[in-house]
Design a protein around this ligand. Structure first.
Ligand SMILES: Cc1cc2nc3c(=O)[nH]c(=O)nc-3n(C[C@H](O)[C@H](O)[C@H](O)COP(=O)(O)OP(=O)(O)OC[C@H]3O[C@@H](n4cnc5c(N)ncnc54)[C@H](O)[C@@H]3O)c2cc1C
Length: 343
């Protein structure tokens, strides 16, 4: 473990926004996280796990607590019957690298997520996805710890038939949820279920959502993907690399946090914002890009307050003209590491 004090958070996020954190601890092995996490919670020290920071804007006043960065990036391949593969990866794994590795191994399950920035832990929390193919669709289980340092395994037991992406949501009046259960486990080396701790989780994940968003004290430690879509390794890798290159050519350049708002059922947030006149608008150092109205860019010295002001302004305009209330996808944190809800 590496401990640093007075750490500028702007250097740790894609947006380049945020003041100074009191402490930052880098955890290199997932087994180190549960006792540290328990100790921080027991001493009531504000704490937050940070992945690659591609979806996060810290407060301009910084963070009066401890940021925990997981650099743990082990991965294990366990062949399964019928040519399937269980891939177990630590939460600190860079997802774009993992997607390339699965392609090289001749599995195409994750290819549509090629090039999306971030670590596995952030992907699990936000159910990152592209073209309707989400992280949780391929997940078998997630190992996590809670604020008391207890270890749990969450198992996916039920997936919506046609996935959870926005086009499917448009056809139904209800949000489709994946379901699961969780049980406490003895250790990470021997994840045997502890009897009597089984809990049903009827709303485990949905479009750009997971149960982790409702539990800030749950840390993702590692996850198991069941890979089953076999394809030629060279051809799969080529598709992954060209999709990734295409993605980075079409993302608006500069310091952004990806899509600012989630697509509402049956509509695109970017289009709604564009129709509300958002493109090219700015507040201080933050501007809404000309290329994509759902991408908000830091042009140099933008602040979280300016970002929030612009988000509020165009969220209100969209709601006034369409009645649709956009849900932020990006994570804006206050000085105590809590997610801001005052947009
Ligand atoms: C240019 C650009 C394009 C993008 N395109 C897409 C896209 O196509 N599809 C998509 O879905 N997303 C996209 N995103 C958003 C981003 O890639 C995802 O949200 C990604 O999952 C964030 O991962 P991260 O490691 O950067 O998370 P961070 O920004 O570091 O953290 C995000 C949240 O997850 C929490 N977190 C991180 N690690 C853990 C952990 N181990 N346990 C518990 N909580 C944790 C943090 O506390 C925070 O609340 C894009 C972002 C950018 C900048």
């Amino acid at each position: 473990m590496q401990v640093e004090h007075t750490v500028p958070l702007s250097k740790r996020t894609f947006w380049g926004i945020g003041g100074v954190a009191d402490t930052l601890i880098t955890v290199e092995h997932i087994a180190e996280l549960p006792p540290l996490w328990a100790q921080l919670h027991a001493s009531k020290t504000p704490c937050r796990i940070l992945g690659k920071g591609s979806n996060t804007a810290w407060a301009d006043a910084g963070f009066r607590g401890t940021v925990v960065h997981l650099s743990a990036a082990e991965r294990y391949w366990q062949p399964q019957p019928e040519g399937k593969m269980l891939l177990i990866a630590d939460a600190g794994v860079i997802m774009s690298q993992l997607v390339e590795d699965t392609a090289r191994a001749g599995y195409a399950d994750l290819e549509r997520m090629a090039g999306i920035p971030g670590q596995l832990g952030g992907f699990v929390r936000g159910n990152a996805e592209a073209f309707g193919s989400g992280t949780w669709e391929s997940l078998q289980w997630v190992d996590m710890c809670d604020g008391a340092g207890q270890l749990w395994r969450i198992v996916v037991t039920q997936r919506p038939e046609n996935g959870v992406h926005s086009r499917n949501r448009a056809k139904t009046s209800q949000t489709p949820y994946g379901a699961g259960e969780r049980y406490q486990i003895t250790s990470l080396e021997d994840p045997t279920a502890i009897p009597h701790t089984r809990e049903i989780l009827p709303q485990l994940y949905s479009y750009r959502m997971s149960i982790f968003k409702a539990h800030d004290d749950w840390g993702v430690l590692r996850a198991g993907f069941l890979l089953s879509v076999r394809d030629d390794p060279e051809a799969t890798l080529q598709r992954v690399q060209s999709l990734s290159a295409h993605r980075w050519q079409t993302y608006p350049p500069g310091r952004t946090g990806g899509s600012t708002f989630i697509n509402p059922p049956g509509a695109y947030a970017g289009r709604l914002l564009e129709e509300a006149g958002a493109k090219g608008q700015h507040c201080g150092g933050i501007e809404i890009t000309q290329q994509h109205a759902n991408f908000f860019r830091n042009t140099g010295h933008g602040t979280q307050e300016e970002l929030l002001t612009l988000m509020r302004q165009y969220r209100e305009r969209v709601e006034r003209s369409t009645g649709i209330c956009l849900t932020p996808e990006v994570v804006l944190l206050d000085e105590w590491g809590r997610e801001r809800r005052d947009y």
